[in-house]
Every structure is written in C-alpha cells, then in structure tokens.
Write a protein that binds this ligand. Structure first.
Ligand code: GLC
Length: 417
C-alpha cells in the first residue's frame, strides 16, 4: 500500500465548523458570582459546605438575559458560547430533573437557565457549548465511592444530551483533579457520540498539560491561559482542533475587586496569535450575581467586534501558512489562494506634534512565498502597498505604511492576491 502515513487527516464536519467560528465567549457564572471573588472562593476561603450552599437561596438570576448575551457575542464577532452548566461547586444552572435539588430550578430563579441559554444562542445564530465540571465539591461520593459518583455525573451529562436539542459541544474540566483514576471516559464519550453526534468533545487538560490530547475521542485540545503552539497533524489518526481560553482580568468567575484587566491590544494580539497556530480563542466573561456581563467586559467585547468588522475575513478564513514573517509578524492562508499578512507594531503617521511619527512602518520581510503575487492591499482601508517579490527565492518585501492619523488597529492585516 502506498497510503501516505504522514498525511494530515481531514477534519470531521463538527471540527471544521468549530475552527471556522474562530472566536468564542466563555461564561463563568454560578452561585459564587454572588461573592464576587472568583469561582474557586469556596475552596480558597474554606467556606463550609452548608454555608456555601445557602447561596442557592439568594440566587435570583434577575438580570440574566440569555438573548442579550448571545447578541453581545454575535456583535463581538464570536460564533459560539461556552457556558458553565455546572462548575466545581456542583451547582447546576440546568434542571437536574430529580438527580438532586442543587440546581437553578430550586433557587429563587426557578428557571432552567441552560434551556434559556441554548434557545437564545440558536435564535442569534450562535453555537451553544456546555462546560461541565467533572470534579465535584458538593458530592460526598466523589471521595468515598468514585464509581457511584461517575454514575451520577454521567446521568447529569445525559440530561444535557437529551433535553436541549442539538448542542455544539461539551467542554469538560476537572479530570486533572484525579489524574490516576479510571474516569470511564469511553463510556462517557460513547454516550455523547450516540446522543449528540454533532457535539464537540473537549476535556480541559489544565495549566500543566496544555495542548495534550488525553483521549482519542477528543475533538479539540485546550490551552488554558497560554498561547497555543502550532500542531503538527501529519500522521495523526484524526484531525484535532485547538482552543485557548483566557480571562479578561485574573479571574474566571467575577472578581469585583480584580482590577488587573488585560488591555484591548492584548486581546487582539491573543486572537491573532491563536489563529497563527490554527487555534480558536475563547475569551471569558464573568457575569454579575444577577447574570449580566460587567460593563468593562461588555465594552471590550464591543471593541473586539469593531476590530473584527475590519479584519474578520483573515481571522475566520485564515489557516496556518508555510509563509513566515519576522518578529511577531506572520501569514495565514485564506480562501481562493489569498494570503493574509499580519503586521504588528505599526504606529500612526502624521504631524510629529501629535504622533510618534512613522515608527514601525517600512519594509517587512516574509519568506516561503513561491506563488506569483499581483497585488497587496490593507484589509481595513483597501489601500495598495508597494512590494518586491521573487517567487524563486520565495522572498517578499512589502512596504508597510503606518496608520493614518485617526486610526490604530494594533495589528494590521494586508491581503495578498
Ligand atoms: C481551571 C479552573 C476552573 C476554570 C477553568 C477554565 O480548570 O479550575 O475554575 O473553569 O480552568 O479553563
């Protein structure tokens, strides 16, 4: 057989669809949001279980408007949302239908918030993904009878697979808490494939094991708070996607006194860096106790949307390329033979009394481009750029102009035809 052992496998439709979405919203929201100190506060402050559980009696979800959140995501250029259906504290935003009473239905909210979420996403053309914890601080048997705990966990997941129509994916997190135990993953993943064949399966490998596959059914590897590396897929049994999730400040669940916000340039560069490696970018918001996105986060998302309106084509269509740039600059392959050059650190040109004149502009060198080039223009303005290109050596020198006065896009993208 001449079968090519080093071929890159073709992605399953669910994986190809996911990669094309490029940018998603992570939502960490639950009982802990009432304390405003992150989703781990029960653990880090050693709050007794009974005391923590009382947060259920004040959980109202009175400003949770799933439709508004889905609209915010769409406006931000995001194609999917991953919501914490159940986090480590064990509280479910969905109706556990008799499995326990520690859910939103048995709180003053009295609603199935996952149902609202899934419906709203569909109405707004957003793919709904459900985060589900695998470790659990609320269940005695997690420590005492792991087999019984897994039965409970898998019944919970089965509910999500059977009552909400087709979901985009299940995003698990917590196996890293018991790395040496048998989680019966074949059983869990087999059930999902059977009940939700279009759903992506993800299982966060955590901070210490970014980018690791873990199990052959996994559809996308995770990079928690760390920029992804390009994946060499040659010879892989199946095509696996990648995703980096990142917080806007230093917490996933709302931290009311966490002022350590990342800058908007950081977020734009993160999105670009993810795409450079062919990965998706899952940007987190931590809603308030009531369930609305904090203003600061909402504003950041809106600006990400503005940036994507100008540059989206390169982000959604762009795939890793053999063409290489220098410094932070890089290229992505687009559709129909197009190439996108991502150019960083340009400054504003104009009057030296108001701008740091022209810094960062000038010749940028790319290598590995052997096909002919007819034109290069900025994606945001359509302005043509001067260039020199030698197809035989593959060297391209393009004269990158700085931003016109009035504009600074952080990363500027040129389209090569
Ligand atoms: C970690 C944390 C968890 C958070 C997740 C997001 O696994 O335990 O709180 O939900 O990262 O990636």
């Amino acid at each position: 057989m001449s079968g090519n052992q080093d071929a890159v496998p073709v992605p399953e439709p669910r994986v190809a669809r996911f990669e094309q979405l490029a940018f998603g919203m992570f939502i960490h929201w639950g009982l802990y949001s009432q304390l405003g100190q992150g989703e781990w506060i029960q653990r880090t402050r050693r709050i007794p279980k009974e005391e923590y559980a009382r947060l259920q009696t004040t959980f109202r979800a009175d400003t949770f408007d799933a439709r508004a959140i889905a609209r915010t995501a769409r406006r931000a250029g995001m194609g999917y949302i991953t919501l914490t259906a159940r986090h480590h504290d064990g509280f479910s935003l969905y109706d556990t239908r008799g499995l326990n009473r520690f859910d939103a239905v048995h709180s003053p909210a009295g609603r199935d918030l996952v149902a609202e979420f899934v419906e709203a996403c569909r109405a707004e053309g957003i793919l709904p993904v459900l985060y589900h914890t695998t470790l659990d601080w609320s269940r005695e048997e997690y420590a005492s009878d792991f087999g019984a705990y897994l039965d409970y966990l898998y019944k919970s997941v089965e509910l999500l697979c059977t009552h909400y129509g087709p979901i985009g994916g299940l995003w698990f997190d917590g196996n890293w808490d018991r790395p040496n135990d048998d989680w019966r993953l074949d059983e869990l993943y087999g059930m999902i494939r059977r009940l939700q064949p279009e759903a992506l399966i993800v299982n966060n490998t955590g901070l210490g094991h970014r980018g690791e596959l873990g199990h052959p059914e996994i559809d996308s590897v995770t990079y928690e708070q760390g920029r992804p590396k390009p994946m060499n897929r040659a010879g892989m049994k199946k095509y696996v996607a990648a995703e980096m999730c990142e917080t806007m400040n230093d917490h996933w669940g709302i931290g009311s006194r966490d002022f350590m916000y990342k800058s908007l340039p950081h977020l734009i560069e993160s999105l670009c860096a993810c795409r450079k490696a062919g990965a998706n970018y899952l940007l987190n918001v931590g809603p308030t106790a009531g369930g609305s996105i904090p203003k600061m986060q909402e504003a950041m998302l809106e600006l990400m949307g503005d940036w994507l309106e100008l540059n989206g084509r390169a982000i959604y269509d762009g795939r890793p390329s053999a063409v290489e740039g220098e410094g932070g600059d890089f290229a992505l392959e687009g559709k129909d033979g197009k190439l996108y050059l991502f150019i960083h650190r340009l400054k504003i040109r104009g009057d030296s009394n108001v701008t740091v004149n022209g810094g960062g502009a000038g010749e940028k060198r790319f290598t590995g481009l052997h096909r002919p080039v007819s034109s290069i223009r900025w994606l945001d303005s359509g302005d043509l750029l001067e260039f020199q290109h030698e197809p035989s050596s593959g060297e391209l020198r393009v004269v990158a102009t700085g931003f016109p006065y009035g504009v600074n896009l952080v990363v500027r993208i040129a389209e090569v035809e």
